[in-house]
Design a protein around this ligand. Structure first.
Ligand code: HEC
Ligand code: HEC
Length: 398
């Protein structure tokens, strides 16, 4: 049984290799922009021309996991069902700095594929190089989430993306300028016609296309997943030891970082200390108004976490080893003296051995899978250089 499943999963991987090499030769010529009629890798096209996720996890039921670390737990619903062309249009928009007020910042400036769709910085930098209050999270598997942002304050991708587009310190744009810039670009008018049947560009279509692209960023074929589907040898002995620590009642990691998403999407107060000189971040309490959520953050997914250092809401830790060691430091050890937080009951004093912490890190590396990486455009319709993370220029964040 698992062999059939596995060869199906591997089949998907082989398909992407061909698809991406074909697509990149088309991207090499800057003048020609033709939207892809095929669904991204990992998706199958249905009779309505909608791309639906094709994953072995669709065969597993129990959407919220079955206890700690249930291997065959199902996934929450994905925001899928967009047409191939809408998804591909979203890909160009995501990488195009034309979306920002001064045409220097794209979504991909802070969510760069080479940094796991994060940016490698402790705190992100927006328009005019302004330093933001928090770190840019990875966008892998973000289409499965309905609790978005570090404080869990947004419920859909559309609701979230207007934040960065129009925030003065992120992309600084205004709806009327965005529409003017896009409608003034003949390539975009043609691409929106290809995707939506009209070259009169509307904001809802812009938001839908970006959402469609984000929801296509799926990572479910890591070594952990092969193991979960039944391939016993997919994890090395040290990764397997790490998985066992991860889902044990001692470490309790799997209680909050619930497979297969490695997040239960809940707000949890774990009491991470801020980097030196930074004020205490009230987290969810500031947006929900619920005092008991002070210092609470939405449990992040751990997929591709090895690609997205530094860690936690302000890049509080440089490495996975430091991050994992935090949980061994004793309940509330990093909370400022003048704060009285309702630390989650799964955060305690597990007294893990140094080797067990090392094994946890080994296991987190087994959650890496970027097999369905989309094509990164070399040219975008505006003719501007596609947005990439600032870390590439060796700018430091602190
Ligand atoms: C200037 C950097 C920057 C830009 C530009 C930017 N983001 Fe973000 N993004 C962030 C930061 C920082 C956060 C976390 C903010 C918070 O939670 O307080 C974030 C969070 C997100 C999240 C939520 C992730 C999660 O785990 O809940 C999504 C989705 C997202 N961004 C998508 C986008 C899209 C789409 C665009 C372009 C329209 C974009 N971002 C532009 C920095 C940026
Ligand atoms: C009570 C729920 C809970 C438990 C138990 C828990 N975590 Fe977390 N984890 C969180 C929350 C919430 C955050 C984000 C906190 C922040 O940014 O301040 C987080 C962040 C992380 C991060 C950083 C992710 C990123 O992208 O920055 C890693 C790695 C991590 N946890 C691993 C673990 C491991 C390993 C264990 C077990 C030893 C564990 N967690 C136990 C809730 C939990």
């Amino acid at each position: 049984m698992w062999f059939n499943s596995l060869s199906r999963a591997l089949g998907c991987c082989l398909v992407i290799v061909c698809q991406s090499s074909m697509a990149s030769s088309a991207d090499d010529s800057p003048e020609v922009f033709v939207l892809n009629d095929q669904c991204p890798a990992g998706f199958a096209r249905n009779a309505e021309n909608h791309c639906k996720l094709d994953s072995l996890y669709n065969n597993y039921q129990s959407p919220h996991g079955s206890g700690v670390g249930g291997l065959r737990a199902g996934l929450p619903a994905l925001r899928d069902g967009f047409s191939p062309r809408v998804i591909d249009l979203g890909r160009y928009l995501f990488f195009d700095p034309i979306l920002s007020a001064d045409h220097t910042v794209a979504c991909s400036s802070c969510h760069d594929p080479d940094y796991g769709f994060a940016d490698g910085l402790a705190r992100a930098r927006g328009i005019n190089n302004v330093l933001l209050g928090r770190s840019a999270p990875s966008l892998w598997n973000i289409g499965f989430f309905d609790t978005l942002l570090w404080d869990g304050s947004k419920a859909s991708l559309e609701e979230q993306l207007v934040g960065p587009l129009y925030a003065d310190n992120e992309m600084g744009n205004r709806p009327d300028q965005l529409l003017r810039d896009l409608n003034g670009n003949t390539i975009y008018r043609d691409l929106f016609r290809q995707a939506f049947g009209t070259s009169n560009i509307a904001l809802d279509h812009v938001y839908e296309a970006i959402t469609a692209f984000e929801a296509s960023l799926v990572s479910l074929n890591s070594r952990y997943d092969f193991y979960a589907h039944g391939l016993q040898t997919a994890l090395s002995p040290s990764e397997l030891e790490g998985l066992n620590v991860f889902r044990s009642f001692v470490s309790r990691c799997g209680e909050c970082h619930t497979p297969p998403l490695f997040s239960n999407q809940e707000i949890a107060i774990i009491g991470v200390g801020e980097p030196e000189g930074r004020p205490f971040d009230p987290g969810a309490a500031a947006t929900s108004g619920i005092p008991g959520q002070r210092g609470g953050f939405r449990v992040p997914s751990l997929r591709n976490v090895a690609r997205t250092a530094p860690y936690m809401h302000q890049g509080n830790f440089d490495s996975l080893r430091e991050t994992v060691a935090f949980y061994n430091g004793g309940r509330g050890h990093a909370v400022p003296e003048d704060e009285d937080l309702l630390i989650h009951w799964h955060i305690w004093d597990p007294k893990l051995r140094e080797e067990e912490l090392d094994r946890l890190v080994d296991f987190l590396h087994a959650l890496t899978d970027e097999g369905f990486m989309p094509d990164i455009p070399e040219h975008v319709p505006s003719g501007l250089p596609p947005g990439r993370a600032i870390s590439r220029n060796n700018l430091t964040s602190r």
